[in-house]
Design a protein around this ligand. Structure first.
Ligand SMILES: Cc1cc2nc3c(=O)[nH]c(=O)nc-3n(C[C@H](O)[C@H](O)[C@H](O)COP(=O)(O)O)c2cc1C
Length: 429
């Protein structure tokens, strides 16, 4: 097998070290990134012997075209226990290059990196961005930390709130492109999760518009009271209506808390979105992990791998189980949160119906007062607009929440039989 890829010494650095799209490779390191093991594909593509690789720092295959900022982010995250995906350009022993998309996972005593051949559109953009960051590092003489900050700023500009979000999105895109290239059927679960992202964005927008609508009517009860004081003796019907309106709208405002998390600092949709990215990562990673585990087991039974390789198969199996459990738990927590949101939206709709009846009373009272009530008209008009807006927004929130729940159910890993409790087995950001 390896003859097909036999090395050519002094190969031009512009040549690519070939490996097939169906091939997956992995390496395991200690906690400082010193290579401990890997599979035969990893060794073959690197062009080194096992004697040269085992015990060497992983940077033996570092390519000078790689921006330092990328490795800074990688190490910063994996040291915190966060599984991380990244595009990496490597250099084989004879100088040829090869690109991979690597998923580096923390394991006991070190890390495992599983790699695939990147082919998605994201990869094309990443290559262009890496060239820009390399130039920035070289011309500005920035530190790896400063370059990492610039990479994160660029990702935020592109709509990725964290590097983790980018890493999730890119692994899902790579898996999708790989399935297509290998003529495999589309992974419905990953697709459902990807569809969740724009749906959550719409939910976030609707939540924001709900908050804005409520902010707009905050002044209404006091405006009503002022008008009432001019129209009627103290304690008259309009001021009673305004008082009721204030009490009920306070209750409604309290209820809006159900749409916020982390002491009100974040909208529920935003917080759910972070976990959907996490679920996307875990689902895609667990699929990849399943495949690499199968490939590794087969290689072991064919005698392609060296002795002791069964330990690597065990490591991959454990990682696969962790990823599947984590994906299930994360999605379950999303499902629970969205169910709670649906409940909040229904309660709110009921409360708003109560508010609406006060609005109707106000209209009736204004009618009774006849021409005298002209000063009330703009307040009532404002209330009319508000109620139309709120009804529409709540309806949309409920619709989106339903769609989200359906998509989450469709994405749930088949083998998952976790509890309804969310327990993060692995930290993630
Ligand atoms: C599990 C694991 C796999 C890694 N794989 C690669 C790799 O394929 N290529 C690479 O250049 N660096 C890889 N690294 C990162 C290297 O440890 C190192 O940070 C990088 O080559 C840059 O070297 P420098 O930090 O000395 O500049 C890996 C690290 C870990 C923990």
């Amino acid at each position: 097998m390896s003859l097909q890829y036999s090395t050519t010494s002094f190969a031009a650095q512009n040549d690519e070290a070939p490996f097939k799209i169906e091939e997956l490779f992995f390496s395991r390191t200690d906690d400082r990134g010193v290579i401990a093991a890997g599979n035969e594909v990893f060794r073959r593509v690197s062009e080194y012997s096992w004697e040269e690789l085992v015990g060497a720092p992983h940077k033996v295959i570092r390519h000078p075209d790689m921006p330092k900022g990328v490795f800074y982010i990688l190490w910063e995250r994996i040291k915190k226990g966060l599984a991380t995906g990244a595009y990496v350009k490597n250099r084989s022993k004879d100088g040829r290059y090869y690109w991979v998309f690597a998923i580096v996972s923390p394991i006991e005593g070190g890390f495992v990196s599983v790699r695939l051949k990147p082919t998605s559109k994201v990869f094309e953009s990443a290559k262009a961005a890496y060239a820009e960051f390399l130039k920035y590092e070289e011309t500005e003489g920035v530190t790896p930390e400063q370059s990492a900050a610039a990479i994160r700023a660029k990702l935020r500009e592109l709509g990725f709130p964290t590097y983790g979000a980018f890493s999730s999105y890119s692994i899902a895109q790579e898996m999708h492109a790989r399935d297509k290239a290998l003529a495999r059927s589309e992974d419905g679960r990953l697709q459902s999760l990807k569809d969740l992202l724009p749906t959550l964005k719409s939910l976030d927008e609707q939540q924001k518009s709900l908050f804005e609508s409520f902010a707009k009517i905050r002044g209404i009860p006091s405006n009503m009271r002022i008008v009432a004081s001019r129209l009627e003796p103290a304690g008259g019907p309009i001021s009673a209506i305004s008082q009721n309106y204030r009490l009920m709208s306070d209750e409604v405002t309290n209820h809006l808390g159900g749409f916020r998390v982390e002491n009100g600092s974040k909208s529920l949709a935003e917080s759910v979105m972070v976990r959907v990215y996490q679920g996307l990562f875990m689902m895609a990673a667990s699929r990849l992990q399943r495949e690499v585990k199968t490939v590794a087991s087969e290689a072991l039974s064919r005698g392609v791998e060296k002795e002791g390789f069964h330990h690597e198969v065990d490591v991959l199996t454990k990682l696969l189980e962790e990823y599947t459990l984590e994906a299930g738990n994360v999605l379950m927590s999303v499902f629970n949160d969205v169910t709670a949101l649906t409940r909040s939206a229904k309660d709110l709709r009921q409360l708003v119906t109560g508010l609406d009846s006060i609005r109707v009373l106000c209209r009736v009272e204004a009618g009774r007062l006849g021409a005298q009530s002209a000063a009330l008209t703009p307040v009532i008009d404002q209330l009319d607009t508000f109620h139309v807006e709120i009804d529409k927004t709540l309806e949309q929130i409920l619709e989106l929440a339903d769609r989200i729940k359906t998509l989450v159910e469709a994405a749930m890993p088949r083998s998952f039989n976790g509890t309804l409790q969310y327990q993060a087995a692995m930290a993630y950001r």
